[in-house]
Design a protein around this ligand. Structure first.
Ligand code: HEC
Length: 106
């Protein structure tokens, strides 16, 4: 959580810099493997995750809109993290940026 606030502050200061993007990627990985539990259900090489419940994200290569939608509203047995309040809007933005930017890249 502290890290996310830190990233937010970084984003304000370095609005469009690649430094802010790098910080977002780190925070995104943390959400993916931690609070978001994405790793328990999805394969994503960038996060060393091997979950077999949902689609392999390296193969699916979802764009950011697709990740935002599925994390916010859920899909099939995937929980609606946004609607259920399991992740807040900032966390969803960050983890979606992370997945869209890293899927299929390693
Ligand atoms: C309990 C297991 C589970 C968890 C936790 C989970 N997912 Fe999923 N996810 C699934 C399943 C199953 C599907 C396929 C749903 C379907 O098409 O019926 C899916 C689909 C997706 C899709 C594809 C959506 C589409 O429109 O095709 C994306 C992107 C995705 N998940 C990302 C994430 C992210 C990011 C997280 C963490 C915030 C996450 N998932 C957490 C099981 C999970």
């Amino acid at each position: 959580m502290k890290k996310i606030i830190f990233v937010l502050i970084l984003n304000i200061i370095f609005a469009s810099s690649s430094f802010a993007d790098a910080a977002k990627m780190n925070a995104g990985k943390e959400i993916f493997t931690g609070k978001g539990m994405c790793a328990s259900c999805h394969v994503l090489k960038a996060a060393d995750s091997l979950g077999q419940v949902g689609p392999n994200l390296d193969e699916l290569k979802p764009d950011i809109k697709k990740v935002l939608l599925s994390v916010t509203n859920g899909k099939g047995i995937m929980p609606a993290f946004g609607k259920l309040g399991m992740l807040n809007k900032t966390e969803i933005d960050i983890v979606s940026f992370y997945v869209a930017s890293s899927a299929g890249k390693q």
